[in-house]
Write a protein that binds this ligand. Structure first.
Ligand code: FES
Length: 580
């Protein structure tokens, strides 16, 4: 850590709008004063944008306007000037075809909102899956002092006396209905139980994972990730973060000082330890691309090897985020990583202290929720990156959510050309499939779906489920919900829609995977592979909107984060021309 705080006071970018006497500063100040602000607030103090992803149609973030009030209180207390700014909110549970298609649009628009407006620092008020990475991408591109405050997870739900988690239990109940173990009425009864309170999914799904990634990267205050949405300590965290961002602006402590290569390595290892979502792979690659850090799938595999999953949370384990918080939350995990030599201890955080200083004295209050290393859930918890002739640029698998007996497997391919083909065939008892087969789903990647939907964890055929089988090997270029589980190989790159080898797999082909050896192989000879690839024809694409065209034309592969190619890199927050 070699951060040297900037001199204070100094002129901030907001003074281009509000400082001194000229036609344009009078114009800008006058307009803002119609909200009732006294003149002395325009004295050069930091103006902090609370970038709020609240929306009635992003229910996971539905409480963020309340939380913003506490952020504002903290900013006022520290001598800053808070301004709440609504930003693009891509909801996981309402956006079609998939919220992922809009992550980059959100990041693009928020980056421009920061650059075009008088903001010296930003509080990123986020929660639902895509809101956290999109705002972090925008903050990385502009590199203004920024701090993440997440909305926090929901409280535990209970159904028929048992704790149930958002997402994970819906998938389980859906399978139980298919096999007759649950009635449709019971399934309907469970509807409200799995989403009991305000907040994000309460499993270690993508929202909880990305909140943990922000904390492990050092861009959120220590302890932020696990506090439940409705706990009073969530509001305290918001207020403290408001106070802190003002000091960060004065010190000029920027994302590029914090989210370094070492910070990404800390986050990747943390993801293994918490049994985090595969979506973290794609989001961290994109954030790194925005700030100019060279991060690759090889880094994920290298750093993830040998990291044990010690957090016993669904979908890999038993508990939910509420228990994780009571056990001590992410600081306990970071402390255990540090004690095992798996943490860059001197990585800087938004607090101005190192990550190790933040966590070294915390206590684990429940060692069944956060296990000691000698009683881990699985010893190889890091994301495995498989490569071979079926995925020359890589594919990912989450070992702690997979079945041990399927980690080395050879099976006959049962192919679905796209998600509609899968839906049309999967419930048909005449489908030629059994539990030894490998289900292959094509055309669900960044360009193919479009947007790379979370459909990679294809539900098993009912006739296989009825035998009591709960897992099969599945391969696709899609993503998977962080709340899902199974031996599911995802993000296969290059994707089928641009002629990756996945496109030419046929029913009956033999595929072999070996997770230990990190291999994925289509068992046909090279000559035939080449012939099939040269005979492949690209599908005709008819985008239904201007943005869909932009996305299709410019989105990159999952192996590099699926960002738009022209948005990579840090462009800073230079102040544009003024016309007034
Ligand atoms: Fe929004 Fe899970 S759907 S956090």
């Amino acid at each position: 850590m070699t951060f040297k705080p900037a001199k204070w006071p100094r002129k901030l970018r907001s003074q281009e709008w509000y400082g001194g006497i000229s036609n344009h500063t009078i114009y800008h100040r006058g307009w803002l004063k119609n909200q009732g602000y006294p003149s002395d607030l325009f004295d050069g103090r930091p103006i902090i944008g609370i970038l709020n992803t609240w929306s009635d149609l992003t229910p996971c973030n539905g409480h963020l306007r309340e939380l913003a009030k506490k952020v504002k209180a903290g900013i006022w207390e520290a001598g800053g000037f808070p301004v709440e700014v609504p930003v693009f909110s891509a909801s996981e549970n309402t956006f079609r075809p998939t919220a992922m298609m809009f992550r980059n649009l959100a990041a693009l628009s928020i980056e421009e909102q920061i650059r075009a407006q008088p903001i010296d620092g930003a509080v990123l008020l986020v929660g639902c899956d895509k809101t956290t990475p999109s705002l972090l991408m925008a903050a990385a591109s502009t590199d203004i002092p920024s701090i993440v405050v997440t909305g926090g997870p929901m409280l535990n739900g209970y159904f028929q006396g048992e704790a149930v988690g958002a997402g994970t239990h819906l998938w389980k109940f859906s399978d139980a209905v298919k096999t007759g173990k649950m009635t449709q009425e019971e399934f309907l009864d469970a509807e409200q139980d799995v989403t009991r309170s305000s907040g994000t999914c309460n499993t270690m799904g993508t929202a909880s994972t990305m909140a943990s990634m922000a904390e492990a990267l050092g861009i959120a205050l220590s302890g932020n990730a696990a506090i439940p949405a409705v706990d009073s300590r969530r509001r305290v965290m918001a207020q403290l973060s408001g106070r802190r961002i003002v000091r960060m602006v004065k010190d000029d402590l920027k994302p590029s000082d914090i989210i370094t290569k070492e910070a990404f390595e800390n986050a990747i290892r943390t993801n293994g330890a918490i049994g985090g979502s595969t979506n973290a792979v794609i989001h961290l690659l994109a954030i790194a691309g925005r700030i100019g850090i060279d991060l690759s799938l090889n880094d994920w595999d290298r750093c993830g090897r040998g990291v044990a999953t010690i957090v016993n949370l669904a979908p890999s384990g038993k508990y939910l985020m509420e228990e994780f918080f009571y056990a001590g939350g992410l600081p306990v995990v970071l402390k255990q990583l540090g004690e095992s030599g798996l943490l860059h201890k001197d990585a800087l955080t938004v607090s101005g202290s190192t990550i190790w200083d933040e966590v070294k004295d915390v206590i684990n209050w429940n060692d069944d929720v956060i296990r000691p290393l000698d009683n881990a859930l699985t010893n190889e918890g890091g994301i495995a990156v498989l490569k071979g002739n079926l995925a020359p640029k890589g594919a990912v698998l989450k070992p702690c959510a997979a079945s041990e007996h399927l980690m080395k497997h050879r099976g006959r391919a049962v192919v679905f050309e796209d998600i509609d083909d899968y839906k049309a065939k999967i419930n048909d008892d005449s489908l030629d499939v059994d539990e030894t087969c490998i289900m292959v789903l094509k055309n669900c990647g960044p360009k193919g779906y479009p947007g790379m939907a979370e459909v990679g964890n294809m539900g098993l055929p009912p006739k296989v489920l009825k035998k009591g089988v709960t897992d099969m090997v599945r391969i696709s270029d899609a993503r998977m919900s962080g709340t899902a589980y199974g031996t599911v190989i995802l993000h296969t790159s290059p994707e089928a829609a641009i002629g990756g080898p996945l496109a030419i797999v046929r029913n009956g082909d033999i595929i072999e995977i070996n997770v230990d050896a990190r291999s994925i192989h289509l068992d046909i000879d090279d000559k035939e592979l080449k012939e099939r690839l040269s005979a492949w024809k690209a599908p005709t694409v008819q985008p239904s909107s201007g943005y869909e065209w932009l996305h299709h034309t410019h989105v990159e592969g999952a192996d590099t984060g699926a960002d738009l190619d022209f948005l990579k890199g840090c462009r800073g927050a230079a102040v544009g021309k003024n016309v007034h």
